[in-house]
Design a protein around this ligand. Sequence first.
Ligand SMILES: [Fe+2]
Ligand SMILES: [Fe+2]
Length: 171
Amino acid sequence: MSKNRNYRQDIRKDIRKYGGDILRSDNFKSSAKNIQHSNVSVMKHSMKVAYASMWITRKLRLKCNKEDLVRGALLHDYFLYDWHDDDHRGLKNLHGFYHPGVALKNAMAEYTLTERQKNIISSHMWPLTFRHIPKCKEAWVVTAADKYVSTMESLRLNKLTKTERIRSRIK
Ligand SMILES: [Fe+2]
Ligand SMILES: [Fe+2]
């Protein structure tokens, strides 16, 4: 087995180990129907951010708390609505500012969060939400991973959208 394949499997194993209960929960799964960017769901986006966060810590050899990193990344966009919906249309332009607070409130209602996990969720949009600053390595990593993944999704540069684009052309 190649070294690359090994580390990808290690990351997926850690995500299941530390975030398995979140991944299996009905509310998390319900975010599969909410679109984040392009045609990527909030559920898929959150999983990608968790993967990218783990990948960054591995590449940069950062000593992070893996449990906080995975759980904070999986819950960073736990706002549980579709921000493209008519219900949110009026507030659409403000979604970027207020959704970390909604995500934190929802996550706290269901899970016992550590201070690091709370900080990851509330500061992931920094510097847009300038008063909520990342205060730990884990929060800096997730905010960077989120920006990277979001940019790739918005520019439709990820493999999933590319494959789906080809499929839609064939149909
Ligand atoms: Fe977000
Ligand atoms: Fe995000």
